[in-house]
Design a protein around this ligand. Structure first.
Ligand SMILES: C[S@@+](CC[C@H](N)C(=O)[O-])C[C@H]1O[C@@H](n2cnc3c(N)ncnc32)[C@H](O)[C@@H]1O
Length: 458
């Protein structure tokens, strides 16, 4: 085949356009206040490239370890590949850690690299062995097919020993979070700053965003939003509790944001664009495939209403209406509808699916360039994974991608965030609680933080 000069040029231009969409941040991109802060931590100009390299490498490691942890959560909970009883990961972690001799338990909790000699607890090992056995023939199920790419299924004896270290990491994190940290929110938050990345997502995350957008509408009734950035949309592969695997992994947030904007008349589907960025390639691939359409989203509730845990009427109304602005309700197979978390399925209108796009990007170390600025950025359950330096860089990158007067919605309650954001030209405009339900003394709630980028350059 002969390639003409024009075709070659077009291909090269196409490639360079794709390559130019995002780039790594440079020291010169940072506002003065952030340079000062980094310098105080021995990250001045000469050390900046090495620092960004180390954040990038650490992120890659955290993503890779997170994938292995999803596999462990799946192995313990799914009934797709075994008839054995489901094991609740936190219960397993408590049993495992409490069963260790005192000195080993202490070492496990203090030393993140320590792997106790005890070996796999038998029931957990049996489930993992069943999973490895199921992976010997190419699975049709999307989760099984993905996990097959992560393990040496053709060498099960070696694979099961390698996975033991992943199980230990899971047990250490769950024990420290669920049992050792008690109600100490700061201690729990600090665990997240270094833990492996998780892509967990539930429709519950959309409620705070919906309320935040409602506030925006009330504050600025004439506001029309056309460009939204979703940072870390996530994908519900295998969470640490309440695994629902009746359908293939789904990402809810880009659709929930579009739904909220259309329902609140803040946007029109004629010109809305919801662009997502995520550092996990699996999340990006799944969203790319979803938006190619036709797209049906199956809505599952993470929180179930019980007598002890009533839902707030506003939250119930949110869930009842979710999806109505982006498509039509459509029937689903019985296997799906019989799941007790199932709510409904929505056939998403093609114009809405076409409004979605996604690409891989590390919000701490990279930013989009040659892209029109965004009206709103949404980042829920993402900022919590960053230490204070990384958080400041992520906020600087988000600010740079917003138009003057644009908004950031997030749910990170960390002390100091509001001051850091203000110093970067992204002051707090409004904050509120989003109460989902629960008994009055122990409500289940999220917090919503709405920042607005200064209209004058910083
Ligand atoms: C826990 S999930 C939250 C998903 C969704 N936002 C929600 O609230 O349900 C976090 C997501 O953020 C992504 N993420 C973590 N660090 C990131 C980074 N540095 N840049 C971009 N995405 C990141 C993860 O890959 C994951 O998909």
């Amino acid at each position: 085949m002969r390639i003409t000069a024009a075709a070659l040029l077009a291909a090269l231009l196409g490639l360079s356009a794709a390559a130019d969409r995002s780039r790594r941040i440079e020291y010169e991109d940072l506002p003065e206040v952030l340079r000062h802060d980094l310098a105080a931590h021995a990250i001045a100009a000469p050390a900046f490239v090495a620092y960004i390299d180390s954040v990038q490498a650490d992120t890659d490691r955290r993503v890779a370890e997170g994938e292995q942890e999803h596999l462990i959560y799946y192995a313990l909970q799914s009934s797709r590949f075994t008839g054995r009883a489901r094991i609740e990961p936190a219960v397993s972690a408590r049993r495992f850690v409490a069963g260790l001799p005192e000195d080993e338990r202490k070492r496990l909790l203090e030393d993140p690299s320590y792997v106790p000699r005890a070996g796999w607890p038998p029931s957990e090992r049996a489930r993992v062995a069943d999973l490895l056995n199921a992976l010997r023939t190419e699975p049709k199920d999307a989760r099984l097919a993905y996990f097959r790419t992560l393990v040496e299924w053709d060498r099960p004896a070696a694979a099961i020993e390698t996975l033991y270290a992943d199980y230990v990491r899971v047990a250490r994190f769950l024990y420290r979070k669920e049992f050792a940290a008690g109600n100490d929110a700061a201690r729990i938050a600090s665990l997240y700053e270094s833990r492996p990345h998780s892509s967990d997502t539930q429709i519950e995350a959309g409620f705070g965003v919906y309320l935040g957008l409602g506030t925006l509408h009330a504050l600025e009734p004439a506001l029309r939003i056309t460009r939204v950035l979703v940072v870390g949309p996530g994908l519900d592969l295998a969470p640490r509790t309440d695994l629902t695997d009746a359908v293939d992994p789904q990402s809810y947030q880009p659709l929930a944001v579009a739904d909220a904007l259309l329902a609140l008349s803040l946007a029109s589907d004629r010109d809305l664009r919801v662009h997502s960025v995520d550092v996990n390639p699996r999340v990006v691939r799944a969203l790319e495939a979803a938006v190619r359409g036709p797209l049906t989203i199956h809505l599952f509730a993470g929180i179930l209403e019980t007598r002890d845990q009533p839902l707030r009427p506003e939250y119930r109304a949110y869930v009842d209406a979710l999806g109505a602005a982006i498509g039509e309700e459509t029937p689903a197979p019985r296997l799906v509808t019989s799941d007790r978390h199932y709510r409904r399925s929505i056939a998403v209108r093609p114009v809405v699916a076409r409004a979605l796009s996604v690409e891989r990007l590390n919000i701490v170390t990279e930013r989009l360039v040659n892209e029109p600025p965004f009206d709103v950025a949404v980042a829920t359950n993402v900022l919590t994974y960053f230490d204070d330096r990384q958080l400041a860089l992520a906020l600087a990158n988000i600010t740079a991608m917003l138009r003057p007067g644009g908004y950031l919605l997030h749910n990170e309650p960390r002390a100091g965030l509001v001051e850091t954001a203000a110093s970067l030209g992204l002051p707090l405009l409004h904050t509120r609680a989003a109460i989902l339900g629960g008994p009055p003394a122990r409500p289940l709630y999220d917090t919503v933080w709405l920042h607005q980028k200064s209209r004058t350059p910083y």
